[in-house]
Design a binder for this molecule. Structure first.
Ligand code: ASN
Ligand code: ZN
Length: 322
């Protein structure tokens, strides 16, 4: 006889993000309820006013406006990634609607999460094209919401760099998951394709080789370090949150490469478990988060496992742990 269960499969994270409805016949999984996203895209019509005009809801057909439709599709792909990889249902783990505004501002060269929604500029057309053109950027912004819902990381100094890095890690993983890429096939880039052809650069950031994503007359050189010996002390950019994120980004890359295969399955799961463990304070520094990933790897895979070794080697490789 078939049996329906509402199971809590893991002993981490907020309970509401772990509920999973399945129907089993003996040991056979007959059916499983997979949650669906609830997306709403608004158009700021090139003004810096939020939320703008609602232009597409979950049940609406494509609009023909690339920014609207790319945002809609990118949010769906990111939603599917979080569910498939971590059984997380949306930003808050409880099916929170995914809200985005596109065509924000005039020649606006950025995208951001404002605590409630994702916001995307069109770019100035000289340096940047529209920010919805990159799945890793869309997934990065949504992941800022996941970080916030997991207790948050203060957006300054090392905790701010961790916030940025975790958004990059899951931004990259959402793209890799969508494309079915292994660690060796992945680009490890954030924001590939959003520069115009006039810019000497591949992307905004590289987890594989921080500091090499661009080197351009106008933009300058990618300032990211890949090791603590290059840590940048600055008051710009909230204490260099988009600069020093290169260090934890590269620790993740080293961990994932050591494990091989699909990065979200083990390295990504460990980072996710650490983020949602409730043991990472909002003012965590790199070492605190590194130790949380070690604890998560130990809980998930056991002491002395290759996963624990890979995580430790990742953080020692960038000079965060000894
Ligand atoms: N695109 C940037 C980010 O999401 C915006 C910012 O500086 N917060 O990190
Ligand atoms: Zn960010």
């Amino acid at each position: 006889a078939a049996r329906a269960t509402l199971a809590v499969p893991r002993d981490y994270g907020p309970a509401r993000s772990r509920l999973r409805l399945s129907i089993e016949d003996g040991d056979t999984l007959v059916a499983e309820a997979v949650p669906a996203p609830d997306r709403e895209i608004s158009d700021a019509q090139r003004r810096e006013v939020l939320p703008g005009v609602r232009v597409r809801g979950e049940d609406d057909a494509a609009t023909g406006d690339a920014a609207v439709d790319d945002a809609f599709d990118g949010l769906g792909v990111t939603f599917d990634f979080y569910w498939d990889a971590f059984q997380r249902n949306s930003v808050d783990g409880a099916g929170e609607p995914l809200l985005a505004t596109v065509h924000y501002g005039l020649d606006y060269d950025n995208a951001f999460w404002n605590g409630e929604r994702m916001v995307f500029g069109d770019g100035d057309g000289e340096i940047f094209q529209g920010f919805t053109g990159s799945l890793s950027v869309i997934a990065h912004e949504l992941s800022h919401g996941v970080v916030e819902a997991s207790g948050g990381l203060d957006y300054t100094g090392q905790s701010g760099s961790l916030n940025e890095s975790i958004a990059d890690v899951f931004g990259a993983l959402a793209e890799q998951h969508h494309l079915g890429q292994t660690v060796d096939e992945a680009s490890w880039l954030i924001g590939e394709g959003i520069f115009t052809d006039a810019v000497e650069g591949r992307a905004l950031r590289s987890l594989e080789a921080p500091g090499t994503a661009y080197d351009d007359d106008v933009l300058g050189r990618d300032p990211q370090p890949a090791h603590m010996n290059g840590f940048v002390v600055t008051s710009d950019d909230n204490g260099g949150v988009h600069i020093n994120s290169g260090i934890p980004n590269h620790a993740f890359y080293l961990t994932a490469k050591a494990l091989g295969g699909h990065a979200w399955e083990r390295a990504g799961l460990i980072w996710y478990r650490a983020l949602t463990s409730g043991t990472v304070p909002a003012d965590a520094d790199f070492a605190t988060f590194a130790n949380a990933t070690l604890a998560a790897a130990t809980a998930e895979y056991g002491e002395g496992s290759e996963e624990v070794d890979a995580v430790r080697a990742g953080w020692t490789g960038v000079g965060v742990l000894e």
